[in-house]
Design a protein around this ligand. Structure first.
Ligand SMILES: *Cc1c(COP(=O)(O)O)cnc(C)c1O
Length: 375
């Protein structure tokens, strides 16, 4: 069975093997050396002034970012389940909350964010997904962040990059907190979250808020290559291994480039079958199709063709399916996936099978590769 869900994503063999080594105690020079090496590689990945690793899923990092960086009112963009979650976190902590709500296919604009800030002067932090995984939607976060800082540089910008860090290079110039999680683009088992922080964020954090998720405590410890509480040793060893694997396979630039080409070729292949891309601004992390037969297609992919893709949640349940693009995916695996979609459509009597999906994928994916080699 090919695992093509946008999280969890497959864990490469070298990473699984690295995590199979005997347990290390976290307060030892051996582990501190691993921690240091991993931390240094994370600075490359995030491009931020500081990074902290947390033993939690991505949601824990979202909560840590909100509680430490928002002291009054949070403005969140809700164009899907994960955007909605930021608002719920703010409310759970008794913070003020203002929400911009969109259908799950529609990106936020810088203009509406600034209008909301003008109407709500108590907002001191804005939270938005870079890639909203509920519908595979890319918000123009860099543009929104730049507009926020031009409006008021004191407002903190929290960017959920759980399905974006490791997918594409994020311009962090105007971002104060950039969040990643282990089981999506970082190809690890769940349980580790990472936050990249700006200097302005560190200043605002001050003494920190809360106890376990007090970022001031973590920053202080992690600068000494240790953690405040027991480190997620095995996952950090896995993180070091995946960052090494990415580097050995040509580095982050190649990973981003391959991901972008694969996402584009998949989109073209599925559109050539007459399918419709759901989000108005598609993220590179996944390819989302809305279709009246979405449920049947997804079921057939699994039962007849050995391809496991994700469906939709809430009002999109049975209405969309999502094909993962995150991680080190070989083009032949994606050819198999788009071909399986074509076979499923044939089985449903929607179109005659003629190999269109794999042909279009191959044309688009490899043509751009040949062009680059010529250049
Ligand atoms: C998966 C996901 C989360 C939640 O992460 P958990 O690890 O499940 O807590 C948050 N935001 C986005 C965009 C995600 O894709």
């Amino acid at each position: 069975m090919l695992l093509f869900t946008p999280g969890p994503t497959p864990v490469p063999e070298s990473v699984r093997l690295a995590m199979a080594t005997p347990t290390l105690h976290h307060r030892t020079p051996e582990f501190e050396a691993i921690f240091k090496e991993t931390r240094e590689a994370l600075f490359d990945l995030f491009g931020t002034d500081e990074v902290v690793m947390l033993a939690s899923t991505g949601t824990g990092a979202m909560e840590a970012a909100v509680t430490n960086l928002c002291h009054d009112t949070l403005l969140n963009v809700n164009a899907g389940k994960f955007g909605e979650r930021f608002g719920k976190i703010a409310q759970a902590h008794g913070l003020g909350n203002v929400e911009i709500k969109h259908e799950w296919d529609t990106p936020a604009t810088a203009e509406e964010v600034i209008d909301a800030l003008k109407a709500n002067p108590s907002v001191d932090a804005v939270a938005v997904q870079i890639s909203e995984s509920a519908g595979g939607l890319r918000h123009p976060v860099e543009e929104i962040a730049a507009a926020i800082k031009a409006h008021d540089p004191k407002i903190m910008v929290i960017a959920d990059g759980i399905t974006a860090v490791g997918v594409e290079r994020i311009d962090v110039t105007h971002i104060d907190a950039l969040i990643a999680g282990s089981q999506k683009a970082l190809m690890l088992p769940p349980g580790l979250a990472i936050i990249g922080l700006s200097r302005a964020a560190i200043e605002k954090i001050g003494e920190g808020k809360g106890y376990y998720f007090n970022l001031a405590t973590e920053i202080k410890k992690q600068r000494q290559n240790t953690t405040a509480y027991t480190a997620a040793t095995t996952l950090i060893i896995g993180l070091r291994a995946i960052l090494k694997e990415i580097s050995q396979r040509g580095g982050l630039g190649k990973l981003y480039c391959d991901t972008a080409r694969r996402a584009k070729a998949t989109r073209f292949a599925l559109e050539a079958l007459g399918l419709h891309i759901y989000p108005k601004s598609p993220a590179k992390s996944m390819t989302t199709i809305d279709d009246p037969n979405a449920k049947e297609i997804r079921d057939l992919l699994k039962t007849d063709f050995g391809v496991n893709v994700a469906g939709g949640q809430d009002h999109l349940k049975g209405k969309i399916f999502r094909i993962n693009q995150m991680g080190l995916i070989e083009p032949y695996e994606m050819v198999a996936a788009v071909n399986a979609v074509e076979l499923a459509l044939a089985k449903l009597g929607r179109r005659e099978f003629d190999g269109t999906a794999s042909r279009v994928f191959n044309e688009e994916y490899f043509k751009s590769a040949l062009k680059r080699e010529d250049a």
